[in-house]
Each structure stands twice: as structure tokens, then as C-alpha cells.
Design a protein around this ligand. Structure first.
Ligand SMILES: Nc1ncnc2c1ncn2[C@@H]1O[C@H](COP(=O)(O)OP(=O)(O)OP(=O)(O)O)[C@@H](O)[C@H]1O
Ligand SMILES: [Mg+2]
Length: 254
């Protein structure tokens, strides 16, 4: 069976800096796969290469066996890979509902003329989209904030809204870049619950996270990066006891 997401010797360089070096990773369907490592280790750069924001300058990325290394972000999203961002990227002037409905757009079948003249198809799709967006907002715990402007939501709720918007693209795999960043232990525990429910929906999750409690609780596998390279991959137990991982963390402040 083909892996859901697979990379082979993936690399990305900025000037003389090897931000990501020769990464081989394999994420299976419905798995929670976490990427950890000190600040500047290359975690977000790796996400950017997987989602098409950056094009890797070495190696390849495969999604369900299809080579996606050189595809554009919207093409990769259309295949079923969605992501959230470390620095939240919402439309601050739109409501929570509108932010989710924007996420649905590329799943619609409509042509511009149909939208312009509000064809019956358009109205049907809009009604279905509205219901689906409400369901997603409910799922992430934003039922009471449907009509709240994104900029007025508390930080933790903005992170949840980003997840709802990513879900609106109907992904098979969701990449979360530090979804519990800046959260207190209670909020982080709620994020663990949300990620577990995402998996319950049949999604695979790739998670970048500094909260070790979160990572150790929910990961099937963990990959540890340092200076752009994989220093360890395994189960939470294996990674926790790996001397190379301990050394990488003790040497830095994270
Ligand atoms: N667009 C860019 N241009 C130049 N250098 C970059 C760029 N993006 C990232 N880098 C560098 O690549 C290295 C890896 O950065 P990256 O953001 O991937 O780390 P990270 O593991 O996500 O760190 P953090 O935990 O702080 O988010 C860093 O040295 C960073 O300064
Ligand atoms: Mg990062």
C-alpha cells in the first residue's frame, strides 16, 4: 500500500544555509506524525516544502504515490493536503463563518458566470456550503462565534478557526504548525482533544509542536530535527530515550 505522504532525501537551502537536509519521512493514513526540534531546526521550512509554499531544491515529495514536489500550493491543497500556519493567517475583517466558507471555494464546481448570475446551482452549493461551514465551526468549538469577526476572537480561538478553514478544503492530511503555541495547560489539553477528534474523522495529522506533553500524548511517530537534519525517528518512547535527542535539547533552551 502506498504511504499517504512520503519524502525522499528532501532538501532546501537558503543562500549558504541548509535549512532542511535529506529528509526521508513517511506518514500513513490516519496517523499522528509529529515533528519536533529546537528553534530554527527547519520544521516550518519542511512544512513549506510539503505544502508547495517553497519548492525543495533536492529530493521529492509524494502524496498518495503522486509526485507533488513541483506543484503549486493550490494544486497540492486540491489533492487533499491542508495546513495551518505558525503565524496565524486568517482574513481578520471577515467573520468566522466567512473565513471557513472561503476555504470551501476551490471545492465548488461553479464557473464565474454561474456565480455572477446566482444560478440555481450556485444557490444550492451556497446552502450546502453554509451548513457544512456551521458543522465545522461546531466541530472545532466555535459554535457561539459564527458571526464574530476573526480579529475579535481570542488567540486560541483564532487557532481553532484556522483548523476549521483548513478542514473546509476536505483534506486527507492536515499539517498543523504549533497549534498549541502560547496556550496554557488547559487550552493545550483541549487542543489534544481536538486533534484526537480530527483523527477520528479519518484524517492523518502532521504536527509541529513545542509542548512536549501534547506531542508525547498523541503521536504515533515522532521525527526529531536539528540543524535541518533528522536525528531520530520512532515512537514517543523510543524518541524520549534517544541520547541524541536528549543532547540536542539539553544544548539549547527549548
Ligand atoms: N525564507 C527564508 N529565507 C532565509 N532563511 C530562512 C527562511 N525561512 C527559514 N529560514 C531559516 O531556516 C532555518 C530554519 O527555519 P524554520 O523556520 O524552518 O525553523 P523552525 O524549526 O520552524 O523554528 P521555530 O521552532 O522557531 O519555528 C532558520 O535558520 C531560519 O532562519
Ligand atoms: Mg517554525
Amino acid at each position: 500500500m502506498k504511504a499517504l505522504l512520503h519524502t525522499s532525501r528532501l532538501g532546501k537551502t537558503f543562500g549558504g544555509l541548509k535549512a532542511v537536509q535529506s529528509i526521508d519521512l513517511t506518514v500513513e493514513s490516519n496517523q499522528v506524525f509529529s515533528i519536533i526540534g529546537p528553534n530554527g531546526a527547519g520544521k516550518t521550512t519542511l512544512f513549506n516544502c510539503l505544502s508547495g509554499i517553497y519548492t525543495a531544491d533536492q529530493g521529492d515529495v509524494y502524496f498518495e504515490g503522486i509526485q507533488i514536489t513541483h506543484l503549486r500550493p493550490h494544486q497540492i491543497c486540491h489533492l487533499g493536503l491542508a495546513r495551518t500556519f505558525q503565524n496565524i493567517r486568517l482574513f481578520p475583517g471577515l467573520t468566522a463563518l466567512e473565513n471557513v466558507m472561503v476555504g470551501q471555494f476551490h471545492r465548488r464546481s461553479l464557473q464565474p458566470m454561474g456565480i455572477l448570475f446566482k444560478s440555481r446551482n450556485y444557490l444550492n452549493e451556497e446552502a450546502v456550503g453554509y451548513e457544512a461551514a456551521l458543522e465545522l465551526l461546531d466541530f472545532v468549538g466555535l459554535r457561539d462565534a459564527v458571526n464574530t469577526g476573526a480579529r475579535n476572537l481570542a488567540y486560541g480561538l483564532q487557532r481553532r478557526l484556522e483548523i476549521a478553514r483548513a478542514l473546509a478544503t476536505s483534506p486527507r492530511i492536515l499539517l498543523l504548525d504549533e497549534p498549541a503555541a502560547g496556550m496554557n495547560p488547559n487550552e493545550a489539553a483541549e487542543m489534544v482533544d481536538l486533534i484526537q477528534r480530527l483523527r477520528g474523522r479519518g484524517l492523518a495529522i502532521v504536527l509541529i509542536e513545542h509542548h512536549m506533553k501534547v506531542v508525547m500524548q498523541i503521536s504515533d511517530r515522532i521525527m526529531v530535527l536539528d540543524h535541518g537534519e533528522t536525528i531520530s525517528t520512532g515512537t514517543p518512547e523510543e524518541v524520549r530515550n534517544d541520547p541524541k535527542v536528549i543532547a540536542a535539547y539539553l544544548g539549547k533552551e527549548s
